[in-house]
Design a protein around this ligand. Sequence first.
Ligand code: RM4
Ligand code: MN
Length: 478
Amino acid sequence: MDREAVKSVLRGQEIELPSWAFGNSGTRFKVFGQPGVPRDPYEKFADAAQVHKYTGVAPRVSLHIPWDRVDDYAKLTDYADDLGVRIGAINSNLFQDDEYRLGSLTHPDRSVRRKAIAHHAECVDVMRQIGSAELKLWLPDGTNYSGQDDLRARQDRLAESLQEIYALLDPQHRLLIEYKFFEPYFYAMDIPDWGTSLLHCLALGEKAHVVLDTGHHAPGTNIEFIAMQLLRVGRLGAFDFNSRNYADDDLIVGSADPFQLFRIMNQIVAADALGPQSRVSFMLDQCHNIEPKIPGQIRSVMNVQEATAKALLIDRAALAAAQQAGDVLGAHGALMDAYNTDIRPLLAELRTEQGLDRTRWRPTPPLVTQRRSPPNGSAASRQGGEHEHGRQGKGRGRGADRAVEPARLGSAEHELRRRQRLGQGHRCRSGHRRGRGVAMGQGLGRSPGHTDPGGAGGTAAGPVARPGERVPGRGPGG
Ligand code: RM4
Ligand code: MN
């Protein structure tokens, strides 16, 4: 593909951002709060709009229920619209209620399963209000010990629960089912792999598709093979992009292994699955624990864009000819030539043509956007002030490696015991006992004089935790 053709394809690319990437996050050891993180879904949209403003290819934001619950979804939709972005997939949450200790959709007790199904009815209702077509379900269910539960019975319960959820969908809706090989349970996850996810999708019907989260595989897994296979059978619904080194690390996509991202995008391009007609949704599922979040998302979007551009550059005719002739090194070379091309000048050109502010991109765009005095309403102009009272914010807390939201860990007592085990004491800088968290992405407490951009404030996001308090019914990210 020549340069102009590459640019024209890239102009149509859309990368969806996760609302939870803009909230505070950390590990089970520590959540490092950042000043100015969003306090409600409106502020998350304001931040996401910054990412779109400087990349031009990130016009959609995934919501997570209940973290992004608001009273008035029409207002949120209008607000997003005003910012030039729109709402993407609705993610359900099955991992934060005490009743889900033994599972949600697979729980032995029918009443718990019913509750988990009812949660999806709420999500579908939100989809109707905002015009979203995608319900994304990550099943955190599993067992920790052999014999703990009947593995097959759990699959049967899951199939039945999924059928009830599928029956809730409108004709234009899709159910996107994600898999993960371990965590939060460590013996057997109930949807551990793409095969299990695909089997359930096939049993459900044509509206069910698999989500491939790049961080949800064992080390060494050939992820592009999975992408190819799912594309081949028309069941690749979405990517959750991120990077892993060890577990579900949720690092910036393309940071740990940019070549892997390129190989994945090669399969996408080869299957002509980049455009909207393929209905493959390219989403990010990441958190930024120590780096600034808006620039972190910008970097992520750029990494996907760069990998896509390189995949588009592959000389497909030369590749096919080499493959056909059994020219092993020639075929491999066709990929490597594209991968080793410095694509950044072409992307800079594209951004200029798109009217994006190019000065912001040099020399290191993420840092520049962070240092400059931000426009009103963007993250860095807000003051959180949480650190005086204790950590709050998003987190992902199940296993050794994923970020942790304090609220996810349970009660304040639990956290205190945990910290004592870690030998860290239990007091933060200010001498206050650490507060329980706000939900992942709910961010920090309101600061004096803050003007709520959507007029929804604390009621939109739910109550805001004061130091030492836990917001009921809300929790961190997964
Ligand atoms: C889970 C999973 C889901 C995401 C949550 C936040 O581990 O990857 O896709 O919605 O995290
Ligand atoms: Mn995911």
